[in-house]
Structures are given as C-alpha cells and as structure tokens.
Write a protein that binds this ligand. Structure first.
Ligand SMILES: O=c1ccn([C@@H]2O[C@H](COP(=O)(O)O)[C@@H](O)[C@H]2O)c(=O)[nH]1
Length: 231
C-alpha cells in the first residue's frame, strides 16, 4: 500500500487487543504503525500478522544491539516477517551495521534498515553521564555519518538534529523522528522534542507519534489536529 504521509503511530500498548483496537481506528493509507518492545514481547509475531492483514506498513522498533552475527540473524528474521522498517543501535558499530546490510542484501530483502543514534529521551547531561563527551547534536551527527557509510537507509534521531543530518547525509537518507510533541501534548519522558510542523520543516522524513495520540482523551481528534498542522 502506498502511504502518502510521514506519520508513524507508535502502538505502545500492553496487549494485542488494545493495539488492534487503536489500529482499527486508523487508515493504513494515511499512516504507518510502529510495534515496539512492550507490545512485541507480549504478543510476538502475531501482532505483525494482524497489522499486515489489515494493510499496515509496520516499523518493528526493537532497536537491536548485539554482536554482528547475532544481530544480522535478528534483522533477517524481522525482514522475513515482512516488516517495512527495522532498526539497530548505531553504537553497535560499523561491522555490526554492515553485517545487517549484507544479510538483507544477500537474501534480497527490501526492508528499510535504520539506526538509532541518541535516544530522544536523553538530555546533554544524561548523555555525558554515559561517558560520551560530545553534545547530543554532535554525537547524533557522528553516528548518522557512520550509519550512512555502513550502508543503512537512515537514522532515528530527534527532529532537532534533522537539519544537520540532511546537510551531511542528504535528502534521501531517512530521518525518522520520535519526540514529536504538538502544542496540545505533554512532554512526558522525552527531552529533545519538536512540533510536527517544525519537524517537517527541519527535514524529518518520518514523524513517530505515540502518546500525543494514543493517550489522548479523543485519539482520532488528536490525530486529526496533527494532520491539519501538517497540511
Ligand atoms: O530515540 C527514540 C527512539 C525510539 N523512540 C520510540 O518512539 C515512540 C515515541 O512515543 P511517544 O509516546 O510519542 O513519546 C516510543 O515508542 C519510543 O519507544 C523514542 O521515543 N525515542
């Protein structure tokens, strides 16, 4: 299905039923959906089958991070389940990322492979606490370049870094940005945030939106407000 929207709705729910209840209110021609660690750990591949059966393109957000051989196997397993996009941590290094790219290519799997740079929930102070002396912006850009050199299709970053990555890695390199917060939403545990319209202006190619829609009193009204902001 051709999806003519940058929106990816994060189905962060504790059960398959709850996730499908939200999915059934969404139009697979108008947005993609994201399955993360909680939902996948609870429901397993059944959630992918159910969402694919409803016509959705699925971003499997399991943020793989392991030795090259193990990680390549996990990426292959995800791609063979037909997901549109899967991700790994760029901090796993060049050899790990290249192993995943090679595995997809050798099996002719066309799933988009992207790398998480610096989690959008991390502030500069928290990043420094992990032993990284660079600022979030510097570290994101460093890891984005590494991901691009390793053959990946793009990165997960905050929209605050999209413009710099567009400059260094180009328009075609995907900038998938969580931490999207419309003016009406609460910040929650995110740190590096941006509104939907500002994120698109900055060069994000995809906007990941979870709680501003899924925890809203009226999720469909919240989604409509975001769509209106983007049009
Ligand atoms: O750096 C990252 C990487 C992934 N995420 C995921 O995106 C969504 C954001 O949800 P909100 O409710 O809109 O905050 C969530 O599934 C995260 O696991 C991220 O936020 N930051």
């Amino acid at each position: 299905m051709a999806v003519n929207s940058p929106l990816i709705i994060a189905l962060d729910y504790p059960s398959l039923d709850a996730a499908l209840c939200m999915a059934d209110q969404l139009d697979p021609a108008q947005c993609r959906v994201k399955v993360g660690k909680e939902l996948f750990t609870r429901s397993g591949p059944a959630v992918l089958e159910a969402l694919h059966g409803r016509g959705f393109e699925v971003f499997l957000d399991l943020k793989f991070h392991d030795i090259p051989n193990t990680l390549a196997g996990a990426v292959q397993a995800a791609a063979e389940q037909g997901v549109w996009m899967v991700n790994v941590h760029a901090s796993g290094g060049r050899r790990m990322m290249e192993a995943a790219v090679e595995r997809l290519q050798s099996h002719r799997l066309s799933t988009h492979l992207i790398a998480v740079t610096v989690l959008t929930s991390l502030s500069a102070e928290e990043l420094h606490e992990t032993g990284v002396s660079a600022s979030p912006g510097e570290q994101v850009e460093h890891l984005a370049r590494l991901a691009r050199q390793s053959g990946l299709h793009g990165v997960v970053c905050s929209a605050q870094e999209s413009a710099a990555i567009r400059q260094s890695c180009g328009d075609d390199f995907l900038k998938v940005t969580p931490g999207i917060r419309p003016a009406f939403a609460t910040v929650d545990d995110q740190q590096r945030i941006m509104t939907p319209a500002a994120a698109m202006q900055a060069g994000s190619t995809h906007l990941v939106v979870g709680r501003p829609v899924t925890q809203a009193e009226d999720p469909m009204a919240a989604l409509a407000a975001i769509v209106a902001e983007l049009s």
